[in-house]
Design a binder for this molecule. Structure first.
Ligand code: E4P
Length: 217
C-alpha cells in the first residue's frame, strides 16, 4: 500500500519524505488555508520535493471553471493530480482531464456508486472518506471493501485512495482490505510506530543496561 501524506506543511512532508515514507501528497482547500500559503506556490514546492503524485484541488463548482482551474494546476508540475469533487461537474472535469493525460483524484466519495462513476469517468484515484463516514456512525472501512470488490470484479484501474484517515488502526485495516493508497496526516503515520509493549520492553532493557553498566560507545 502506498502512503500519501495529507498535509500542506512543507516541514512535515520533508521529515517523512527523507525517511522514504512518502509516495505522494494530498492537499485540499482546508489544508491549504491552514498552511497560510498561496496554493500555487506551496503546491509547486511540494511537487519539487516529492517524486509521487501531489493532489491539488479545484475550488470552482461549475465544470467549465473547474476545467480551467484543473488545467492551470496541471501546469505546475508533471506529478500533479488534479483533485475534483464527486459531483456531476467534477465527473465531467475528470473525464476531460483524464483524456488529456492529466492524473485526476476524485474526492469526497461516500458511496460505492460514486466510486463506480469515478472509475467510468477515468479517475486515476478515488478518495473514499473513512473518518467522515465513521463520524456519522457508518462503517468507512466497509466502503473501502465494497469499492475493492467492485473494481476487482470489472478490472477498473482507478486506484483506491483511502482518505480521511484518523487512526493508525485505519492504516492497517486499509492495507488488509487492499486499498492501493492511504493518505493520512503526519501524526497518524508516526503513530503507526507506537506500541505499549515496545515501550514496556524498552524500559525493561534500559533498567538492565543501567544495572549492568552496559556500554557500546
Ligand atoms: C484527503 O484527500 C482529504 O483531504 C482528507 O483525507 C480529509 O480528511 P478529514 O476528513 O480528516 O478532513
Amino acid at each position: 500500500m502506498k502512503f500519501f501524506v495529507d498535509t500542506a506543511e512543507i516541514d512535515q512532508i520533508k521529515e517523512l519524505n527523507d525517511l522514504g515514507m512518502v509516495d505522494g501528497v494530498t492537499t485540499n482547500p482546508s489544508l491549504i488555508a491552514k498552511s497560510g500559503r498561496d496554493i500555487l506556490e506551496v503546491t509547486k514546492e511540494i511537487c519539487d520535493m516529492v517524486d509521487g503524485p501531489v493532489s491539488a484541488e479545484v475550488v470552482a463548482l461549475d465544470a467549465e471553471t473547474m476545467l480551467a482551474e484543473g488545467r492551470k494546476l496541471a501546469k505546475i508540475a508533471d506529478n500533479i493530480a488534479v483533485k475534483v469533487p464527486l459531483t456531476w461537474a467534477g465527473l465531467q472535469t475528470c473525464k476531460t482531464l483524464s483524456d488529456e493525460g492529466t492524473m485526476v483524484n476524485v474526492t469526497l466519495c461516500f458511496s460505492a456508486n460514486q466510486a463506480l462513476l469515478a472509475a467510468k469517468a477515468g479517475a486515476t484515484f478515488i478518495s473514499p472518506f473513512i473518518g467522515r463516514l465513521d463520524d456519522i456512525n457508518t462503517d468507512g472501512l466497509e466502503l473501502i471493501d465494497d469499492i475493492r470488490t467492485i473494481y476487482d470484479n470489472y478490472g477498473f484501474e482507478t486506484q483506491i485512495l483511502a482518505a480521511s484517515i484518523r487512526s493508525a488502526n485505519h492504516m492497517s485495516e486499509c492495507a488488509k482490505i487492499g486499498a492501493d493508497v492511504a493518505t493520512a496526516p503526519p501524526n497518524v503515520i508516526k503513530a503507526m510506530a507506537n506500541h505499549v509493549l515496545t515501550d514496556k520492553g524498552l524500559a525493561g532493557f534500559m533498567a538492565d543496561v543501567e544495572k549492568a553498566g552496559i556500554k557500546i560507545l
